[in-house]
Every structure is written in structure tokens, then in C-alpha cells.
Design a protein around this ligand. Structure first.
Ligand code: NAD
Length: 469
């Protein structure tokens, strides 16, 4: 399977989109930089393909199962290219390609249920489910394949076609994925477009698109919702998070420290539902800071393709600058770095895994989403104070509570204003569960059957009861 091909499509700008390896900061390949005026033809082909694709649910199931097999067969090539452009350790890229295949297989097996409703009158209503049309899927750079599949698998299973736009930082693995899927899916059922803005804005506002499903930051999510308003397309937004982990006074620090560390630092902290703030009872604070700092100081940081690496680089230069700025602002305001606090002196976009203590609670590294390898650990005196602080940002994606008495922890978790709460772990998801943020973290529901119905519309037929009248 080629990992690089000559990228020549009509409508791309003269200068292609360079793709940087974050482990070296060097350009290693390129992708087409398509312009918004190419979208008319793309969406038109997608609409034509939709009329065929929607007609045969059994053929869809067969094709999506074959798609899952094809992704697995190409897993090594996909994972290497993903690590090259995204930076994550190769083992995590393999896990991501496996989850991409798993999503295809899961949604291939789901079908909407036709229901009849009788209300005592001599008519009944039959509720059927119909696909929407071409769906625009716009995704970020932290999990390019897995998040794309979270959108296109349910959309395709529901009988829609999809135009998928990856981040300009990570277009290559997605293009390879599309070429793998093209061997088993009918033409134009899934189309990948790549390029800089305003390509995404053009896609979100395109009149032929009937559902815009977007994952990314809150400000871009607002812009996407505004763009889709022009055509009144359905909008699903999976946006940023600032998840708090609240440790209770009966927590066993040594038992949970590894799990807590990786809940914050997996994928270099670039996870929407990573732990981004830790609240600790004051008397345990120093122990928790030291347990996390010890792991931050000793974890192997390096290029994702190096088999010893557990933590790779930040994906891109603007994100590295943001992470550095947030850490420096906290340090300037009186915080202390128990580990890290600076860029690493090596090529590439590396930032030392950082544990911050003595952080002012109104510091932007606490109130905003850092999305990188920097974790503030804050002491609390009363549980009410901790819950208020956990709920005290505009975000509401996830949260977790950690303690030995899990019933008590669950009662505290019940008070968190978020879409998913975990006890003694964080960010674990099942394919079968709904996934939805509250407040600024999102609109609509993804995951499980809810994700399928999010790509369907009800169609109701009223008819008289059968039999003599
Ligand atoms: P981003 O919002 O900058 O970009 C996301 C995507 O939108 C990219 O493909 C980008 O090219 C495109 N885009 C940019 N401007 C656009 C516009 N005006 N109209 C349409 N599309 C546009 O986000 P990012 O920096 O790539 O990703 C990080 C963010 O994603 C973080 O906030 C993170 O929390 C969030 N995220 C959320 C989830 C979730 O499920 N809730 C999952 C992963 C990441």
C-alpha cells in the first residue's frame, strides 16, 4: 500500500498543502490544497451516489463489513503514516486504526427500528427512518482516523453519503484510509477533501449538505453552526473539554497514580476528554503532585516511531506555542513546575510533560483547555468547593471521581455537570454508549444507536387499521 502518491486533483491550488512530521518539524509530504469552488462537483457526485447507496440496506451492511476488514488489512501502513503526521506513539496509532475498523463493524450491524404506534383510533402510525443526504464530516488532528470513523460509520450505515474533511495538519492517513475504503465502497459514497480554510467553512455552508457533523474547538464549532444555518442543515457538534478529576480523601494515591497520569497525558494530552485539571484534598496534595511529577519526569518522550516512546510530540507549532504560553502564564502568576514547564531542547514540537502546583485557580491553564502535556493539580478544603470548581468552567464534556468507597464516589460524580462521568478511571468509552457534551462542549449525540439516529429523520405513515370497518 503506498503511503504517498502524487496528489493531483482538479481545483487544487498551485502550492499544495505541506505536511510536517512533528517529531522533526520538517515537511515530509504534501496533500492537495483544494479550494471551496471544488465542492459543488464533490457534493453533486455525493448526492448522486446517495440515491444508489440509500436503496439497499443489505448491500450497505456487506460493504461496511468489508470496509472494516480492509482497514484491518491496511493497519500497519495506516498506523505508520498516522504516527508520522500526528506524532503519537506507534502503538497508539495501531489502537486507533483498530478502533476505526471496530466502529465500521459496529455500525454495520445496526439498523433503525420501524415502530407502530396505536392510540385507540382505527388508524395506526408507522414510524420509519430515512437518511438525510450528503453529510459533511469535519474533524480535528488529534485522532484523525478514529474521529472520522465516528462520523462516517454511522452516517454511511444510516444510508447517507459523506464528504470528509480532515485537519490540514493531518490529511495523509485520512487520504490513505479513503483509498483503502475505495476498494470496497461504491464510488463517491465517501469522499475526502483536503485543504486550508475556507474549505471547511465552504463545506459547512454548502447548500447540498444535509447534516454537518463537526469535531473540534468551541470557537470553530460556533462558526460551523453559523455556516450551516444558511441551509438549515442538521448540526452535530463535539467540542472541547476541560475535564476535572476530583480525588476524594479515601483515595489510594499509589494505586491510582498511573491511571490518572495516563488519563491526562495519553496522546500528549491532546484528547478532548483528557483529565485537564486535578482537584485533591489539601492533606493529600503534596503526595499526589509528587506521584504525578515522578511519572512526568521519567516517562520516555520521543518520536512516535521509536518503539521505546510512550509520549510523542505536540502535533503542530501553533498548539505547542499555546501550551507553552499557558504554562508560562501560570508560572509567571506564581505556579511552580513540579516537573517540566518548558520545551525540550531537541528538533520537533516537544514539550516536557509538566505538572503544575500552586496554580492560581483563575489561571487560564485551569479555566481554558490546554490540550497538551501540562496538568495543574489544585488543593481543595471542602468537597462542595471541589465540585463547584469542577463545574465552574464553560465546558461540560466529562469528569471523574476517584476514591476507595465507589458508592460515595458515584454520588459525587452525580453532581458533575458533564456528559460522561467516570469512577476511578477516565475517558473510557464503549462503542454502544451515547457520547454528548453539555454547555460549550457540544450539541447532539454521537455513539451507539443514538449516533445512527442522529443521521436519520423520522418518516411517519398514518393508515387505517386493516380488516373490515
Ligand atoms: P479546530 O476547531 O481548529 O479544527 C477542527 C476542524 O475544523 C479542522 O478540520 C479545521 O480545519 C476545521 N475548520 C477550521 N476552521 C473552520 C471553519 N471556519 N469552518 C469549518 N471548519 C473549520 O480544532 P483542532 O485544533 O483541529 O482540534 C482540537 C479541538 O478539538 C480541541 O478543542 C478538542 O477538545 C476538540 N475535540 C473534541 C472532541 C469531542 O469529541 N468533543 C474530540 C476531539 C477533539
Amino acid at each position: 500500500m503506498p503511503t504517498s502518491e502524487p496528489h493531483r486533483v482538479p481545483g487544487h491550488r498551485a502550492a499544495p498543502l505541506p505536511v510536517v512530521d512533528p517529531a522533526t518539524a520538517e515537511v515530509f509530504d504534501e496533500a492537495p490544497d483544494q479550494q471551496p469552488d471544488t465542492l459543488d462537483a464533490v457534493v453533486d457526485r455525493s448526492r448522486r451516489a446517495w440515491h444508489r447507496w440509500r436503496a439497499d440496506p443489505d448491500a450497505r451492511t456487506t460493504a461496511l463489513l468489508a470496509a472494516a476488514d480492509a482497514v484491518e488489512a491496511a493497519g500497519d501502513d495506516l498506523a505508520r503514516l498516522l504516527t508520522r503526521e500526528q506524532g503519537k506513539p506507534l502503538a497508539e496509532s495501531h489502537a486507533e486504526t483498530a478502533r476505526t475498523a471496530a466502529r465500521l463493524r459496529y455500525f454495520a450491524g445496526l439498523a433503525p427500528r420501524t415502530r407502530r404506534i396505536a392510540d385507540g383510533r382505527p388508524v395506526h402510525s408507522e414510524i420509519r427512518w430515512r437518511p438525510l443526504g450528503p453529510v459533511a464530516a469535519i474533524v480535528p488532528w488529534n485522532f484523525p482516523l478514529q474521529l472520522a470513523a465516528a462520523k462516517f460509520a454511522p452516517a454511511l450505515a444510516a444510508g447517507n453519503t459523506v464528504v470528509l474533511k480532515p485537519s490540514p495538519f493531518t490529511p495523509l492517513a485520512t487520504r490513505l484510509l479513503a483509498s483503502v475504503l475505495a476498494t470496497v465502497l461504491p464510488e463517491d459514497v465517501l469522499t475526502v477533501v483536503t485543504g486550508r480554510e475556507p474549505l471547511g467553512a465552504g463545506l459547512a455552508s454548502h447548500p447540498g449538505i444535509r447534516h454537518v457533523t463537526f469535531t473540534g474547538s468551541v470557537p470553530t464549532g460556533r462558526a460551523v453552526a453559523g455556516a450551516a444555518a444558511a441551509s438549515l442543515a442538521r448540526v452535530t457538534l463535539e467540542l472541547g473539554g476541560n475535564d476535572a478529576a476530583v480525588l476524594l480523601d479515601d483515595v489510594e494515591v499509589d494505586r491510582i497514580a498511573d491511571r490518572l497520569f495516563w488519563a491526562a497525558f495519553r496522546n500528549c494530552g491532546q484528547v478532548c476528554m483528557a483529565v485537564k485539571r486535578v482537584y485533591v484534598p489539601a492533606r493529600l496534595h503534596a503526595r499526589v503532585v509528587e506521584a504525578l511529577a515522578e511519572r512526568a519526569r521519567t516517562v520516555t518522550v520521543g518520536p512516535g516511531l521509536d518503539p521505546d516512546t510512550r509520549l510523542g510530540p505536540v502535533n503542530n507549532a501553533p498548539q505547542l506555542a499555546r501550551v507553552e504560553e499557558l504554562a508560562q502564564r501560570a508560572l509567571a502568576a506564581g505556579a511552580r513546575a513540579a516537573a517540566g514547564g518548558h520545551r525540550l531542547d531537541r528538533p520537533g514540537w516537544f514539550f516536557a510533560p509538566t505538572i503544575l502546583t500552586d496554580v492560581p485557580p483563575d489561571s487560564p491553564v485551569v479555566t481554558e483547555e490546554q490540550f497538551g502535556p501540562v496538568l495543574p493539580v489544585l488543593p481543595y478544603r471542602s468537597l462542595d468547593e471541589a465540585v463547584d470548581a469542577a463545574n465552574g468552567t464553560g465546558f461540560g464534556l466529562g469528569g471523574s471521581v476517584w476514591g476507595t468507597d465507589t458508592d460515595r464516589a458515584a454520588a459525587v460524580a452525580d453532581r458533575l455537570e458533564c456528559g460522561t462521568a467516570w469512577i476511578n478511571h477516565h475517558a473510557e468509552l464503549s462503542l454502544a454508549q451515547p457520547f454528548a457534551g453539555v454547555k460549550d462542549s457540544g450539541v447532539g449525540v454521537a455513539g451507539g444507536p443514538w449516533g445512527l439516529y442522529g443521521n436519520l429523520r423520522p418518516f411517519v405513515v398514518h393508515r387505517p387499521e386493516e380488516g373490515p370497518r
